[in-house]
Design a protein around this ligand. Structure first.
Ligand SMILES: Cc1cc2nc3c(=O)[nH]c(=O)nc-3n(C[C@H](O)[C@H](O)[C@H](O)COP(=O)(O)OP(=O)(O)OC[C@H]3O[C@@H](n4cnc5c(N)ncnc54)[C@H](O)[C@@H]3O)c2cc1C
Length: 392
């Protein structure tokens, strides 16, 4: 028998759960959330969950600010916990990146973000054991920090349930097709006829869109995170450091531990066996630890504790695909965040509820991120002055 819903959200990551909560809170009718494995089973569980505001695109800076304000007030606004830890964020800039960073900071200040350029002296005052070889200045965001990715998705899903969302876990969507005025969702547990469907399915979104004749390429690219036990000399409360020379980021993760990831989304491997868990390779972890030790020389004795790998859902321009799917009324996409989507999830949920319920987004224009930009070859320009796409 075919079930019915007003809206089906597919994907129980931090985006799907945020979208479902936002829709239900706005009284969207019967909202179902379908997840094939478990809440936060995908990229969300491996996320470093950094919430920085350093974006070249003003739209993304505004979305990140929206998200950060929600993380800070999560208990009051959403309920539950997101693991917010406001430790600040510092970008280390080589000469070539100073001008682009200045432009970003000017834009940030104009839209109300607390960010500024700082001299090396100030970086050294904050981080006395840091080695500033190759660095001529920094950007600091005192209000930034990080969350816990899985905890945030869990809290969004619980808040969604409190608002009446029906969660179906271990239900995989096998197919979607147009049916009358709505969408037919075929699952491994029967069919659902829905007025609207939102796909928040990460890299798996490409295969689902294929079924309605839409070509939206998303490559699964696997990234390694190394976690080290710090040697003495650097504190638990060190800020998140995004190093534009070693192209890595360092952030504390529990007492005595720092996690290390790479800034460039292209540094990982496209993965044919993406459905499998994959342990990190020792040599990649050692390499990451050596970047950390290069920046903090007394961390040459830091001990590798553990590592893990997670998958970025990378679009050709490393920016999200957000919006209605052309040719299939009622079908929407929110995916392809290319390794920087955690911090944008509160805004994406809010904006998707706007789009589905009002036909347009409220506080930013999401047209540049539309799904059809890939076939139109209207990609979002890279860089904004930086040589590579800096994510952390
Ligand atoms: C190692 C790593 C570090 C990161 N660090 C940061 C960071 O510091 N800051 C930041 O902002 N971002 C970061 N990111 C990116 C961020 O984590 C992701 O952009 C975000 O978690 C994506 O959330 P999502 O809900 O879109 O996707 P996912 O979390 O991947 O969720 C998609 C869900 O859809 C489900 N699904 C897929 N297909 C189907 C189907 N057919 N039927 C039912 N369910 C389905 C999957 O099981 C999965 O649970 C990082 C990512 C990784 C991997």
């Amino acid at each position: 028998m075919t079930d019915t819903a007003d809206i089906v959200v597919v994907g129980g990551g931090v985006h799907g759960t945020s979208i479902a909560w936002n829709l239900a809170k706005r009284g969207a009718g019967r909202v179902m959330l379908l997840e094939k494995t478990g809440i936060a089973a995908g990229a969300t569980q491996y996320s470093s969950a950094n919430s920085r505001l350093h974006y070249q695109l003003e739209t993304l800076a505004k979305m990140a600010l929206f998200g950060q304000n929600m993380f800070k007030n999560f208990k009051e606004v959403v309920g539950g916990d997101c693991g917010w830890n406001q430790i600040g964020y510092v970008v280390l800039l080589p000469e070539r990146d100073v001008e682009p960073a200045r432009k970003i900071v000017e834009m940030q200040q104009r839209i109300g973000i607390d960010a500024r350029i700082i001299a090396n002296d100030e970086i050294s005052e904050m981080e006395p054991s840091i080695n500033l070889d190759g660095i001529v200045a920094g950007c600091v965001e005192p209000t930034s920090g990080h969350c816990d990715g899985a905890l945030t998705a869990r809290s969004f899903s619980e808040a969604a349930e409190r608002e009446g969302v029906e969660l179906s876990i271990s239900v995989e969507v096998l197919g979607i097709s147009k049916r009358g005025d709505g969408i037919e969702v075929e699952t491994d547990n029967g069919a659902i006829s829905a007025g609207n469907v939102v796909l928040a399915t990460g890299f798996r979104t490409s295969a689902l869109l294929d079924q309605v004749g839409v070509d939206m390429p998303i490559d699964p690219i696997r990234h390694t995170i190394a976690v080290v036990e710090r040697a003495p000399g650097i504190s638990d409360g060190h800020p998140i450091i995004s190093d534009h020379v070693s192209m890595a980021y360092y952030r504390p993760t529990g007492p005595g531990l720092t996690l290390i990831g790479v800034n460039d989304p292209l540094e990982g491997d496209p993965d044919d066996e993406v459905e499998l868990e994959r342990a990190p390779e020792q040599e990649v972890q050692v390499e990451l630890a050596s970047r950390f030790a290069g920046r903090y020389p007394d961390q040459a004795d830091a001990r590798l504790r553990q590592g893990y790998t997670g998958v970025y859902d990378c679009t050709p321009d490393f920016q999200p695909a957000f919006g209605a799917v052309p040719g299939t009324p009622g079908l929407f996409v929110d995916a392809g965040y290319s390794g920087h989507g955690f911090k944008l999830s509160p805004a994406a949920g809010h904006l998707m509820a706007d789009l589905v319920l009002d036909g347009k987004t409220s506080f930013v224009d999401m047209t540049p991120f539309r799904v059809e930009r890939f076939t139109e070859n209207d990609l979002i320009p890279a860089g904004g002055g930086y040589d590579s796409r800096i994510l952390a």
